[in-house]
Design a protein. Structure first.
Length: 404
């Protein structure tokens, strides 16, 4: 017959089971709270991002064609100019320099010498005139004697030639007087100083040169503002058409090689409510060295982009405005992607922790393209897989986890 259950033994067994259950609950591993993300299929874009600026496509720098005194430029940045009509600047002749004591004495001596030369030339002219008058009287006498056949025709001809010679000598003497007078004026002009021009502002020769705009557009910069004396070739103003602008970006050479001409770009951070479309038009073949804000020398490559779309949206942009450029290097409409925060290195491969039945499982993955948010997953995950974000050192293969 069956043995009757001993109540004492049953009580001990029940108590032992309760103790074991309490010990299991007390000492079993507690799930680690983690943040979970998912592998999804969606559009993905990889881009090179850099700060850039706008610039007028054709900037014209107007320079002083001659040396002289520049009057104050009245045009302001933003003022419109019309080709061959708008006067950009007015240049007056520069005042002569001051004469020191020695230079003034030399100039005064030259004036005295030139004055004496004029007096000498005038005396020679008077002498030549007297000799001509005497020769003409001799010619008249010879003509009268020749008609009465007192003198020969040869004597008469010699008197006529003497008159012609004296006429030439008088012309030569008068020309010499004119030359000496001009030399005197030249010597006197060397005595002209800025103090004489100040007392005679309307003196002959105080003309001016008007510099006109060679193109239509707007004044971008005034490189000279106040009245000053400048040399020929000094830049005065910059003029351009602000409706025709492009974008200039100095990319790292390692980023420039990833970009091809014609690549699409997005303009952000320019101050408007929306991103603007653009396209790469030129990548310059030569790089240059640029020192970063941290003092690091970097090789940069200048890249030019053109705006696309309606120009009315960007009409407030001007010359050398700051903006941010994002140039697309790779894109896909349907890529299997995982949050970049879930990836970590496991040996020489990338890996993630995938959530399976409340536990973390180490899964090696093969990564393709990456951007600031996602990584393209080529193998190792399926769409919809839950993965641990920012795994700590407490998370390991098989460790219980739970979502925060």
């Amino acid at each position: 017959m069956p043995m009757k259950a001993n109540p004492r033994m049953l009580l001990i067994a029940a108590f032992s089971a309760a103790v074991l259950a309490a010990l299991y609950v007390a000492f079993r591993p507690k799930p680690i709270s983690v943040d979970l993300g998912r592998a999804t299929v969606g559009p993905m874009r990889v881009a090179v991002e850099e700060e850039g600026k706008t610039r007028v496509r054709n900037v014209y720098t107007i320079s002083a064609p001659v040396a002289g005194k520049l009057l104050r430029i009245a045009l302001q940045p933003g003022d419109p100019v019309v080709k061959n009509e708008t006067v950009v600047a007015v240049i007056l002749p520069a005042a002569p320099s001051f004469l020191d004591h020695r230079a003034r004495h030399e100039a005064e001596a030259q004036v005295a010498a030139a004055t004496a030369a004029v007096e000498l030339a005038e005396a020679e002219a008077r002498q030549a005139k007297s000799e001509l008058e005497f020769a003409e009287s001799e010619l008249r006498r010879s003509d009268a004697l020749a008609r009465s056949q007192v003198v020969s025709e040869r004597v008469r001809e010699r008197a006529r030639i003497e008159v012609e010679v004296r006429k030439a000598a008088l012309v030569r003497a008068q020309a010499s007087v004119e030359v000496r007078r001009r030399e005197l004026e030249t010597a006197r002009s060397r005595l002209i100083g800025p103090e004489m021009l100040a007392s005679h502002p309307d003196a002959p020769g105080a003309c001016c040169l008007e510099v006109r705009s060679p193109v239509s557009g707007q004044v971008l910069k005034r490189l000279q503002v106040s009245e000053t004396v400048l040399a020929a070739g000094t830049p005065l103003v910059e003029i351009g058409d602000t409706s025709d602008i492009e974008i200039v970006v100095d990319l790292l050479s390692t980023d420039a090689v990833k970009i091809a001409e014609g690549a699409l770009a997005r303009i952000e951070g320019w101050g408007g409510p929306q991103a603007l479309p653009a396209r790469v038009t030129r990548i310059e073949p030569a790089g240059f060295t640029k020192v970063s804000a941290l003092g690091i020398e970097e090789q940069r490559v200048r890249t030019i982009l053109d705006f696309e779309g309606a120009p009315e949206v960007r009409r407030r942009l001007g010359h050398e405005y700051r903006l941010f450029v994002s140039i697309t290097t790779w894109s896909a409409d349907a890529a299997l992607r995982a949050p970049l925060a879930a990836l970590f290195r496991s040996g020489d491969r990338w890996a993630v922790f995938r959530e399976e039945a409340g536990r973390a499982r180490l899964v090696p993955v093969e990564v393709g393209q990456r951007n600031a948010e996602f990584a393209e997953i080529l193998s190792g995950l399926k769409p919809g897989d839950a993965i641990v974000l920012h795994p700590s050192d407490r998370v390991g293969d098989g460790v219980p986890i739970r979502s925060r």
